[in-house]
Ligand binder design. Structure first.
Ligand SMILES: [Cu+2]
Length: 146
């Protein structure tokens, strides 16, 4: 019993010594140098009244775009070509109870953006990004990255 206490005590002393050593030897770390090119200003797009506002945006490469859903219902930001709305069902077929949303071309797909929520994407690739709302395929917009 007594031996055990002594071992624990020695262990504590050793631990304290180590901590003291570590803090004494830690040199102040050099502050990271600022990046040579400042990142472009972020861009905000509002989703309101079943439309992307503004619908046409031109941004510099590296820009982060944030969409805010200002409608009381869900929308998505999905790149690609919107599916034709209201596809004709084969005769006798019943509509699926919860049709899965189009995932577009797979480059950007926010999934459902709840009311008052946001979705952000950083464009690190130049090109034209045509996107739509998978819930309401008539909602279309374009972002051009230069
Ligand atoms: Cu929508």
């Amino acid at each position: 019993m007594r031996l055990a206490i002594r071992v624990v005590g020695l262990g504590l002393i050793a631990a304290l010594a180590l901590v003291g050593c570590a803090s004494a030897s830690s040199a102040p770390s050099a502050s990271p140098s600022p990046s040579p090119t400042a990142s472009p200003k972020p861009v905000a797009i509002s989703i309101k009244s079943f439309a992307f506002n503004p619908a046409t945006v031109e941004v510099a490469k590296g820009t982060t775009v944030t969409w805010t859903n200002d409608d009381p219902i869900n929308h998505t930001v999905t790149t690609g070509t919107p599916p034709p709305s209201g596809p004709p069902l084969p005769s006798g077929a019943s509509p699926t109870p919860s049709p899965s949303l189009s995932t577009g071309d797979g480059r950007i797909n926010s999934g459902r953006i709840q009311a008052t929520s946001t979705f952000s994407f950083t464009f690190n690739e130049v090109g034209t990004f045509t996107y739509f709302c998978a819930v309401h395929p008539r909602m279309v917009a374009t972002i051009t990255v230069k």
